[in-house]
Design a protein around this ligand. Structure first.
Ligand code: NIG
Ligand code: FE
Length: 408
């Protein structure tokens, strides 16, 4: 397939750039008046229209339109049952995320619903959300378990993720998040639940090859640094790298323990400062901001600009889940990153593409316009500039989504 007359082809990188750090993040490499050729689902070549090859096959004329690498959303919880707008009302009436959780709402509420929902029904609900996020421009998605909270239901969730992966052209990665919350029956003996995760859940999940990564909600009122370390240590034995929920509710030590265990990413970071930045320096861990969570849950925004100014990489993801962030719209996350976190459009787009790909371990093959990478990209409507994307913060801008070289 040939895409010709592209007004601006954006997000071009050489093959060896697996993430962008610090100042590099402020450049979004582009070619104006470009073409791009796709063969066997991969990017075959691209360049100036003047050099466009003579091609007889399927051709899209993108006059006035731009082409971007598809978003790589490296943090989501799209497998869940039902919804939680009851808690939304509690929130409006003044309860915080923690207060709702303490009353047995929150994650525990979703776990109860999930327990009562069949695997097929769960799959159908998640598939709808998956199709919806593709429509928002997402071509790769990390999905977590974490509403099971017992061996059987955690495995049920991970099997649903596997089925989504098998039946979609989207690039999907699975993360085991048994350590999302303590089930009610473990009150007072929380370490027994940690043992269950390490000694029962992990071996089974690993023998069925159901997860790529392991996650822990390391925060005030949830898992401690010690418990997180134990779980990361156990995950390591099974070859699972960490992707940590860190510092959403407090300066929890989650960033430091994540870096110590060479986590692939530490996510949330609403409460981060000098010490977290120092820990992340010279690490292979991608700090990931989830501005939709701050927006919906009225939390502070993670200091991503400060991280970038310190020379670090950052990624952006949605955190799509029924409690703290009922939205899987990456474009809205970009807008929030620009409006609330003061990222430039180039920084936000790099954070949502190549750095998002890094944060889910796929930046060798995804996240940029690069010869040989998978042809996951979107063609925009006719838009004036790159900055128009985060600026037009509720306007849909996607004309065509392309996954593995095929129009979705
Ligand atoms: O990333 N903070 C922990 N986990 C999710 C929320 C899950 C829920 O409330 O259902 C998050 O925000
Ligand atoms: Fe999350």
């Amino acid at each position: 397939m040939l895409i010709k007359n592209i007004k601006t082809l954006a997000g071009i990188l050489p093959p060896n750039k697996l993430r962008l750090c610090g100042e590099e993040m402020n450049t979004l490499a582009t070619i104006d008046n470009a073409y791009l050729l796709i063969e066997n689902g991969l990017i075959k070549e691209f360049g100036k229209m003047a050099d466009c090859p003579d091609y007889q096959g399927e051709t899209i004329d993108a006059s006035g339109k731009m082409v971007f690498p598809a978003f790589c959303d490296s943090h989501s919880h799209i497998v869940f049952a039902g919804s939680r707008e009851g808690e939304f009302l509690d929130k409006i009436n003044g309860l915080s995320y923690e207060e709702i959780a303490k009353r047995g709402g929150g994650i525990i509420n979703s776990a109860k619903l999930l327990h009562q929902t069949s695997e097929d029904e769960l799959y159908e609900q998640a598939l709808k959300r998956l199709k919806m996020v593709v429509g928002f421009g997402t071509g790769a998605l990390e999905i977590k378990s974490g509403y099971g909270l017992n061996t059987e239901d955690e495995i049920k969730m991970l099997r649903v993720i596997r089925r989504l992966r098998e039946n979609s052209d989207m690039e999907i990665r699975a993360t085991f998040l048994g350590a999302h919350a303590f089930p009610e029956q473990y009150k007072g003996c929380e370490n027994d639940y940690v043992d269950l995760i390490c000694d029962e859940m992990l071996p089974q999940i690993s023998s069925d090859d159901l997860a790529d990564f392991i996650d822990v909600f390391c925060d005030r009122g949830f898992f401690t640094v010690e418990q997180t370390a134990k779980i990361l240590e156990a995950g390591k034995k099974y070859g699972l790298r960490g992707k940590i929920h860190a510092n959403e509710l407090d300066f929890s030590g989650g960033v430091q323990v994540g870096v110590k265990y060479n986590a692939l990413s530490v996510d949330h970071l609403e409460n981060s400062g000098k010490n977290e930045i120092a820990a992340l320096k010279n690490s292979d861990t991608m700090p990931t901001g989830l501005p939709g969570c701050s927006f919906f849950s009225n939390l502070p925004y993670a200091p991503l600009k400060q991280l970038i100014d310190s020379g670090l990489s950052v990624a952006l993801a949605t955190d799509f889940n029924p409690g703290s962030t009922p939205s899987g719209n990456m474009k809205f996350a970009l807008s929030l990153a620009c409006i609330k976190m003061r990222l430039t459009p180039a920084q936000a787009i790099n954070a949502a593409t190549i750095n998002g790909a890094y944060a889910m371990g796929i930046s060798q093959t995804h996240g940029s316009i690069t010869v040989g990478k998978v042809a996951n990209m979107f063609i925009t409507n006719e838009i004036p500039t790159v900055a128009y994307i985060p600026y037009s913060y509720t306007e849909p801008i996607i004309d065509k989504m392309i996954l593995k070289g095929k129009v979705f």
